[in-house]
Design a protein around this ligand. Sequence first.
Ligand SMILES: [Mn+2]
Length: 436
Amino acid sequence: MSLRSCGFSGALLLPHRKKLGVEEAHVNLMSIKILHLSDIHMGSGFSHGKVNPETAINTRLEDFIKTLSICIDRAISEPADLVLFGGDAFPDATPAPYIHEAFASQFRRLADAKIPTILLVGNHDQHSQGTGGASLSIYRTLVVPGFIVGDTITTHRITTANGDIQVITLPWLNHSTLLTRPETEGLSLGEVGQLLLERLQPVIEAEIRRLDPAIPTVLLGHLMADRANLGAERFLAVGKGFTIPVSFLIRPELDYVALGHVHKHQNLNPANNPPIIYPGSIERVDFSEEKEDKGYVMIALVKGEVQWEFCPLPVRTFCTIEVDVSEAEEPQQKILDAIASKDIRDAVVRLIYKLRSEQLELITTTALDEALKLAHSYTIRPELVSQLARPRLPELGLGDTLDPIDALEAYLNNREDLKEIAPDMLEAARKLIEAS
Ligand SMILES: [Mn+2]
């Protein structure tokens, strides 16, 4: 695990400026340095770790803490003038106290170093669709010096060591944020999304109109943008919330758009006017992020000029080993060869092999365990090829007649990946059937 160097001078030239008065030049000579990170999801993926016997803590929590601490170290050593967290601190709004404490003790170091910090509220931070508050609101209640909790659409003017900056916070929006229940009744999810977007537009316009045009401006939003290349969050796009067109975010008033929500790092506006950046998650949350680099973004900003750089983090390797041995004469050896072909040391490994039921007795699990023992953790999933051909929904046998809702329910019961949106889908289906 090597960390690519991420050198960053942060000093910006001011090529397009008219001649500056001495005083003005003094103020503008240094750029404002921002560290932008997002989607920490601390407390996720414990099944990929194990309990550290020395600390009694799950090793994946230790991984997440270590990665977050590298981000905070960087903010302090730079030093950053401002830290922007793009939302989704934990897997849900009610993390176990020791997980919340681990998160707080890292961010507390920013308060100690007097680095202003904005904690934006993401969908995973809201308790019961936002009506139960947010896990991060505790920082406002405690009045942590320099900390702002972004749980409303507001513009914050922040004074930093290198000048003032304004940040528009746009937390995760759900249906109850800008719409009332009677307004959404009978509407499809798509129509609700459209209505929400229509409501959002003037609210954002009002914020933009109030901006001070002389100082740098950042929009910090937790949202699903329509051009985003989806990582682990791809299922959340369906039914949960709505997408915002990237064109909505390309505004001359904005110098940088700092996003959270999508776990895959990307810039949605290669023209960089302004850069629209998802830094992505700081650790791999699950196997869907196996091939993604993880990191944070450093930004140097003066009004009208921005430089940004993705800084990779040395995160835990995830490794999928998939092998079909159903036609192999020595299936065990073929599996061992597949394992040997990968660098599994300290990695989270999943071994998936396909075989015929007659081959089952040719596989010795202890030999596989031995071959995988260098991994940090591993799972082994044999898949029987004969089983693969089974009816996709065994509950729907011949002769059964099902009404459409029962059929959909049976289907959803077989789709673990749709579990989160299953109630929404069933509700939408009921409405459709009632309307027809
Ligand atoms: Mn999110």
